[in-house]
Design a protein around this ligand. Sequence first.
Ligand SMILES: [Zn+2]
Length: 318
Amino acid sequence: MIVKKRIIPLRILIDEALLRRLPLNHPKRSEILQDLLIRKSGFKGEQDMDYYLSLLNDSEFNILQDLRIPLGKNHFQIDFLILSHAFFLLIENKNMPGIIEFDPDFNQVIRKHNDKVEIYDDPVLQVKRQLIQFVHWLKLNRFTIPPIEFLVTYSNQGSILQNPTKNEEIYKRVCKGGSVVMKVEEFKNKHKKDIFSEKELKKLTKLLIKSHQPEGSHLSKFNLSPADFLQGVACPSCRQLYMERISGSWHCTSCGYRSADAHVQVIMDYFLIGNPSITNKQLRRLLRLSSDKTASRILLKMDLPFSGTTKNRVYYPK
Ligand SMILES: [Zn+2]
């Protein structure tokens, strides 16, 4: 049973908002696009793993997706944490097509893809570090420490895994997404004694969900200023700026497309790109509206939380 589901990370939503609001010739676009592709690929890989994990016996396991737990001044992150009465399993997932060659002597992974050679840190080491931190967290919270297994999975069908030094640990701890069910069977046969009661498992699950802290904004890393961003409502059909507001709906002068709510995305993007609130005046500038009555109507209809009197009202994201 999935007891904690992942949601689309804020950082993906921010990258997408930035790409919608920056001019096509803005110098930071390629860096943002690169960041978005990496994050989306990781997210997609985890979604692909959901299918393989759905083949497990639902009643035996509590599955937590995408955990980020504070520990001291840092956090540790687990893509999948699988809890049973007898053992726990940590899974670090990679979405990486190409030839993946493990080099455990130097704690590195060499990836050959599209005539390019790239070096990555050893993911087995990475998941071992997560395990150490998780055990530390369990001890701090006075939980029993059951046997804890760990795996690195490659969810991409196009990953070709190679282990040229025939390292035992790599064979044991690294697998394709499709093999995860067999690996879990092995762990089940190895750990048959129940250690956690239903009550204790519930308590742990609840505390993990409560402790989860999603990653915050990474906007500062791109070093953008308000002047970088476009104003106006872009046409959802042809992407042309600016649509005009004519009798209650947006009209594209370029392709003729009409939309009643094209401004909603623009306002959501405004918040995502780092503005904590919006006033009537700021909205008029953002949407290129002249009427403050129209701006008021739009803000009221979006049902945003607000503070202040009618005249000086400040609206916040939901
Ligand atoms: Zn258009």
